[in-house]
Design a protein. Structure first.
Length: 317
């Protein structure tokens, strides 16, 4: 979205023309967008404002539920480890704007914490990361523990008493991977009334990414379901819908020395989702698969949005 918007100028409508048709094809009515700096936030809000009501920025559940008929609701989450790191005044401004969640990492070491892909040790939160948690404790902003090393995850749980969740990870018991969650982590999130969002990235779904299928992703869903129930299970599907040349740089950045097999190969893994759920337009197959696995319609409704919205309503009434 950023690259396409930048090439088209301030009147670009990339979300409306490029992304929204795919989202609607998958049956979505809302989504969470992540931003990492003021420029990206400005682009996003500009596109929403120029969408002629097709896209609506929503700051809490009430605004999502009461948005104009037929509009698509966009929540905004902050990846806070780059330009926002250490800027505590910005946290209050972002909260006032309506940001719903804060993320500490993108898989590698940064000034706030150690990420999941950092192979030089299981370091946890830095002093700045701990201070950031203390500030967030004062705000109606959820803490997203995704991308963190396990030591960082447990540091956050020990130091923070507010709402936490994990936006897009799978179950380590189904496919062992540093980005997936152990059973103890999943249970800890549920004990905080949080959710775990299923991730469609093939490398997290199956040990051999090119063999990953929708059925494998449903295995992850059922594992979380059996552990903690549908009220703690959500969708954090992680499809790439931007230019491949931009993706290559991102994947190399999160695995600079190739220790996780992403350097130079990430684009081929990330280019589509598991077989049967190749892109967001096939999302209906996931809901149908959950019913085939024995979930009731109300339980599927929880997984496909209600569980996340309930959590948000508690954290940001």
């Amino acid at each position: 979205m950023i690259a396409l918007h930048g090439s088209q100028g301030h009147q670009a409508q990339v979300l409306r023309t490029h992304h929204l048709p795919r989202w609607r094809a998958g049956g979505l009515t809302g989504a969470v967008m992540q931003v990492s700096d003021w420029a990206t936030l400005a682009m996003l809000l500009s596109e929403v404002a120029q969408s002629e009501g097709e896209l609506v920025f929503v700051r809490n559940r009430a605004e999502f539920d009461n948005r104009p008929a037929g509009s698509f609701g966009l929540f905004i989450s902050v990846e806070g480890y780059l330009s926002f790191a250490g800027d505590f005044d910005a946290l209050y401004a972002l909260s006032e704007l309506g940001i719903t969640a804060f993320t500490f990492s993108h898989n590698v070491q940064n000034v706030l914490c150690t990420g999941a892909n950092e192979r030089f040790g299981e370091g946890g939160l830095t002093h700045l990361g701990k201070a950031t948690l203390a500030e967030l404790e004062q705000l109606p902003v959820m803490v997203d523990l995704v991308h963190m090393s396990r030591a960082s995850f447990w540091d956050a749980l020990d130091l923070y008493s507010g709402d936490v969740f994990v936006s897009h990870s799978d179950a380590d018991a189904v496919n062992p991977h540093p980005r997936n969650l152990t059973d103890d982590q999943i249970k800890a999130v549920a004990e905080r009334n949080g959710v775990v969002g299923l991730n469609s990235y093939r490398g997290y779904v199956h040990q051999d990414p090119f063999k990953a299928t929708l059925s494998d992703l449903l295995d992850h869903a059922m594992h979380v379901y059996d552990l903690v129930g549908p009220e703690h299970l959500a969708l954090g599907l992680d499809f790439w819908e931007g230019p491949m040349e931009q993706l290559a740089a991102v994947m190399d950045a999160v695995d600079p020395d190739g220790s996780h097999g992403l350097h130079g190969t990430g684009t081929s893994v990330y280019s589509q989702g598991p077989v049967g759920l190749e892109d967001i337009g096939h999302l209906g197959k996931l809901a149908a698969g959950l019913i085939e696995r024995g979930l009731s319609r109300p339980e599927v409704d929880l997984v496909t949005g209600e569980s996340y919205l309930r959590m948000l309503e508690r954290a940001r009434p």
